[in-house]
Unconditional design. Structure first.
Length: 518
């Protein structure tokens, strides 16, 4: 390109110089064609111009060729640019798609991570539950007659608990297998021999024949002893044979059934796992119960005897005294209603009981005024009433004192129990419970005395009040009849005498009210 421009500048400069030297222009004439140069410089110049032209043409051809190539290159580059732009757009689209896919994959990865964590938690929970079930199974069957028959059962459970790494599927199968063994044991009964220490035989250890009845209960025979077999933490490695809580018939049933279970029979079964028989064995005899109550029990016994004597005495007296009260009243009233007061007095004297005393007091004063008769009846009733009502207050007093004495014994026992706690501590709550239960024995004994005493006081009191009421009613009836006779009137009088009878009745009624009030 530089050479072309240089050549063009030379041609232009040569042309300008030639014009200045060979072309003349006169005034008033037009320029004519240039004259043919004749000088050597002109020929050289023309030759140079011709060479420059040829070279220029060559340069133009070269430029055209280069321009054409450059156009092709530009077109190629443009096509490539458009192609690259399309690729870029395609790549951008793919990049966006990849970004979305990446986000989806990332979200899926997050979900999978969450699910993995959840599954891990569930797996840990399952492993923990399996471990807890194995521990619980071991705790339940560490002791028990079943472990005597299958000693490897608990050892396998212990080895599983102690291991560090757990495979859930494997351990679950192991646990299910152990459960199958337990279920099989619940459905079967077996007999085997094992050393047993019998409590009733001073814990002498000797082989005994044992019958395991499923997992409900177990029984043993050791010589002349027969009963239930217990194997727990308290007994240690050697099971304990217990005969307490069983009657002689039940022990015989156990011996017969364990010897020949195929023959069938009857067995005392404790579905509570031994708690029922233990409670029966723990029941105290009357002597043991009395001794646990302490010295206050003697005072309660004396109070009970005193109350019992008075109850028996009152029962006999009231039975004898109350038996003929109504009959005696009817005998006297029959004579009085016939108007034969003298015969009524003789009848009252023959009665020789409380009814006769009251009736005789009314009849002896029949000629006296109403107030005198009333006073005589009241006085006689006051004399005979203590026969029926005496000692009832003492029975009630015993009923009130007995629980108070028992409560005093309880308080004293509680004080001793808490003093022992201060000295020896409260490591075992059973000691505290045992002390409190023994302290409550005196209150229990006091209530045993108070409740029957109070009940008998009510019953005997009702009998006494019934007898006294019959006597008072009979005395009122006699007084009314005496007043009627003294007034010269009877029950058969007509309507003409009803007014006077009403007045007499009102007077008798007022007298009756006074006596009842007193």
């Amino acid at each position: 390109m530089k050479r072309s421009f240089l050549l063009m500048a030379v041609i232009f400069f040569a042309t300008t110089l030639h014009a200045q030297e060979g072309i003349g222009v006169d005034a008033g004439t037009s320029p004519s064609a240039p004259p043919i140069a004749s000088s050597p410089e002109s020929s050289v110049l023309l030759k140079a111009i011709a060479e420059a032209k040829s070279e220029l043409e060559a340069l133009e051809v070269e430029w055209a060729t280069e321009n054409e190539g450059l156009g092709r290159d530009i077109r190629d580059q443009t096509a490539k640019i458009f192609e690259a732009s399309g690729l870029e757009m395609e790549l951008r689209s793919k990049l966006e798609d990849l970004g979305k896919e990446f986000e989806e994959k990332e979200f899926s990865r997050f979900e999978l991570e969450m699910n993995r964590e959840a599954l891990k938690d569930k797996s840990d929970a399952v492993a923990s539950e399996i471990r807890n079930q194995i521990i619980d199974l071991k705790d339940r069957f560490t002791t028990g007659v079943f472990t005597l028959e299958s000693p490897s059962f608990c050892k396998e459970l212990s080895s599983k608990i102690d291991q560090d790494e757990w495979e859930e599927e494997k351990e679950l199968l192991f646990l299910l297998d152990r459960f199958d063994l337990v279920l099989e044991a619940t459905e079967t009964s077996t007999r085997f021999m094992t050393p047993v220490q019998v409590v009733a035989n001073n814990r002498i250890i000797d082989n005994a024949e044992v019958l395991r009845l499923g997992l409900v209960d177990s029984y043993f025979i050791q010589g002349s002893y027969a009963g239930r077999l217990v194997h727990d933490e308290a007994t240690g490695e050697i099971p304990e044979g217990i005969t307490e809580g069983l009657t002689s018939d039940e022990s015989h049933w156990v011996s017969k059934f364990v010897t020949a279970p195929e023959a069938g029979g009857v067995l005392p079964v404790d579905v509570s796992g031994g708690a029922g028989f233990a409670s029966l064995a723990a029941e105290d005899t009357l002597k043991e119960w009395f001794e646990k109550g302490g010295s206050f029990m003697w005072g309660l016994v004396a109070l009970a005897c005193f109350s019992l004597v008075m109850i028996v005495e009152r029962s006999i007296v009231l039975f004898i005294r109350s038996r003929g009260v109504q009959k005696s009243v009817d005998l006297v009233m029959a004579d009085v209603q016939r108007g034969n007061l003298d015969q009524a007095m003789l009848t009252a004297k023959k009665l020789d009981n409380s009814v006769g005393v009251v009736m005789l007091a009314a009849l002896e004063n029949r000629n006296q005024s109403d107030e005198v008769i009333e006073s005589a009846i009241e006085d006689s009733i006051m004399k005979v009433t203590p026969v029926y009502r005496s000692r009832l207050a003492m029975i009630a007093l015993c009923a009130a004192v007995a629980p108070l004495m028992g409560l005093l014994g309880t308080v004293t026992g509680m004080i001793g129990t808490f003093q022992n706690l201060v000295i020896f501590g409260a490591g075992d709550p059973r000691n505290l419970a045992g002390g409190i239960s023994e302290a409550l024995i005196t209150t229990q004994a006091g209530l045993y005395i108070a409740i029957p005493s109070l009940l008998m006081r009510g019953i005997l009191g009702s009998f006494a009040e019934s007898a006294v009421g019959k006597i008072e009613s009979g005395a009122m009836s006699v007084m009314i009849e005496i007043l009627k006779i003294r007034e010269g009137k009877t029950f058969e009088e007509g309507s003409s005498g009803e007014g006077d009878l009403s007045e007499s009745s009102s007077g008798v009624g007022s007298s009756q009210e006074k006596i009842i009030k007193k």
